[in-house]
Design a protein around this ligand. Structure first.
Ligand SMILES: Cc1cc2nc3c(=O)[nH]c(=O)nc-3n(C[C@H](O)[C@H](O)[C@H](O)COP(=O)(O)OP(=O)(O)OC[C@H]3O[C@@H](n4cnc5c(N)ncnc54)[C@H](O)[C@@H]3O)c2cc1C
Ligand code: FES
Length: 495
């Protein structure tokens, strides 16, 4: 039997915090309780600032809590590309900052006494092709000072026909939800305040900064850190400068001992693996993405890959999906959003456990008016590669049009034909479209399937029973509540 939902929150005790009931004052308001928000809040509170953290749902329960749990400077094969696009100085500072983040996460967990299954282990990146760019990647990464080398494919430890393999030594894997729970506990022990189920739907910056919550009360502060995966609403225009990308994960028990290292392929579709200690010696986590496929097909692709690699019939114990954002020039945006006093962090490209730890250091130093060696590399105000940005905006529009054409998730027949547990787009007699889902009690839930961020049509995700917007990554539950931004408003009921 497969549980729908990430293995990590299901096997951690996440602390619970009350919702906000009255207006508050603080030096800093942090919006978002993922890895970036929690780490930034902890850093600042430990430096003597008075910090309030507002979280839309539960801390650590969204992307950060649903990762592969790899804390590594090995970001697939990025360093040769970074060198070619940005030169040796920026590529070197990115490498140094991320390798330092690996050590920082290990040091934080140790200092704070966080029990998060943290293990030092190698991280491999491999290709089944002999003409892959990995030999150069190893040379560039090593020249930038990283513990990387091209190794014999036999070292990989996966039963795949790897032709080229790069090994990064002494990286870290951990249980992400337990790590986040530990950060939250340390923050509140240091005097920080967390309010859960307190979605911010407006950031006023006219005089002081006011973070207004959907519950009503607001937080007034001198500084605001927006750590909401993608800044909410239209802040800084980052929705048009980043691309959302979904990955799916499964936790399985193999018929043999699981490979001990972490690994990721550069071939398409990507397969990322690491041991799953909770599953015993045979436990394995596999994460992958397929840009062209829906979630159900992607889950099946992971199951098929594990089944054919280890030759057995796979029934995952858990399966889940999450998304993150990438930028056209490979570097995250961290710092002051153009035209506002708001501090932001986005575009971690699925490497936010290290990049996000770097981001937290930059955000802390910006609030405290200190220099940070990585700040210029992650500059949130850069325009970047204009052609790549233009292509991204065009691609996003194309995605919107494709959905507008109604290619995806449209069902035949009316609501009466909807089976229990089934959802999709229905065409009404007057030709209008309605989003519908019949829950396991037989109750029908209908929504207007139009994203409340900028109006893109939504796609029904049957595997996760959510309404997803592929334009900028907003996601809604079947009753219309917001699960992921940038939107802050729930779906409306059909007219
Ligand atoms: C499947 C998958 C696997 C990954 N694996 C790895 C990995 O192994 N290693 C690695 O380094 N990176 C990995 N990543 C990337 C990494 O998880 C992210 O880059 C990182 O978690 C981003 O952290 P965050 O704090 O920005 O986002 P989140 O963890 O999503 O936190 C944002 C928080 O803000 C809250 N929020 C949103 N809107 C509002 C609002 N309006 N008001 C209040 N709160 C709000 C959300 O509820 C959420 O809790 C992976 C990503 C995916 C998708
Ligand atoms: S997330 Fe921007 S339109 Fe849906």
């Amino acid at each position: 039997m497969t549980t729908q939902g990430s293995v990590w929150p299901a096997t951690a005790t996440l602390p619970e915090y009350d919702g906000i009931h009255a207006d508050k004052h603080a030096d800093v308001v942090v919006v978002g309780g993922g890895l970036i928000g929690l780490t930034t809040a902890l850093y600042l509170q430990q430096e003597g600032a008075d910090v309030v953290l507002l979280e839309a749902g539960r801390v650590g329960a969204r992307t950060s809590g649903n990762t592969t749990g790899k804390v590594t400077s090995q970001h697939s094969a990025i360093y040769a590309d970074l060198l070619d696009r940005h030169g040796a100085s920026k590529a070197g500072r990115y490498a140094t900052a991320n390798q330092a983040a690996v050590d920082e996460v290990a040091a934080l967990a140790d200092r704070l006494g966080i029990d998060c299954e943290l293990v030092r282990t190698p991280a491999f990146v491999y290709s089944t092709r002999a003409d892959s760019p990995l030999r150069r990647e190893a040379d560039v990464a090593a020249a930038l000072g990283l513990p990387a080398r091209f190794v014999d494919p036999g070292e990989l430890g996966l039963p795949v026909k790897a032709a080229e393999v790069v090994r990064f030594d002494d990286q870290v894997q951990l249980h992400p939800a337990r790590y986040l729970a530990g950060l939250a506990a340390a923050f509140t022990q240091a005097g920080g305040r967390i309010f859960e189920n307190s979605r911010v739907n407006e950031l006023n910056t006219d005089h002081d900064i006011q973070a207004v919550t959907a519950r009503g009360p607001l937080v007034r502060a001198n500084h605001a850190v927006v750590a909401t995966l993608l800044p909410i609403g239209l802040t800084g225009g980052y929705f048009a400068r980043t691309r959302p990308s979904r990955s799916c994960g499964i936790a399985v028990r193999l018929p043999v001992e699981a490979p001990s290292g972490m690994a990721i392929s550069v071939d398409s579709p990507v397969r990322s693996t690491r041991p799953w200690p909770g599953g015993g010696r045979t436990g394995l986590i596999v994460v992958g993405s397929d840009e062209e496929a829906d979630a159900e097909t992607t889950y099946q692709g992971l199951v098929d890959w594990v089944g054919s690699t280890w030759d057995f019939e796979v029934v995952p114990e858990y399966r889940w999906s999450a998304h993150d954002y990438s930028t056209p020039d490979l570097l995250p945006f961290v710092g002051k959003a153009p035209g506002t006093p708001l501090l932001v962090a986005t575009g971690m490209d699925k490497w936010g456990l290290t990049n996000g730890t770097v981001a937290a250091g930059i955000l802390r130093d910006l609030v405290l008016d200190r220099e940070n060696p990585a700040a210029g590399v992650y500059d949130a105000g850069r325009i970047g590669d204009v052609q790549a940005v233009a292509k991204l905006v065009k691609d996003n529009l194309h995605v919107g049009k494709e959905f507008a054409a109604g290619h995806l998730g449209r069902l035949k027949g009316g609501a009466d034909h909807l089976e229990v547990g089934q959802g999709g787009l229905l065409t009404r007699d007057d030709g209008s479209t309605v989003g519908a889902y019949r829950d396991h009690d037989g109750e029908l839930h209908t929504v207007d399937p139009v994203c409340t961020h900028l109006g893109c049509p939504l796609r029904w995700n049957q595997a996760d029973t959510t309404w997803d917007c592929n334009c900028h990554g907003s996601r809604f539950g079947y009753t219309g509540e917001v699960l992921d931004g940038p939107t802050t408003k729930p779906l409306t009921s059909p007219r």
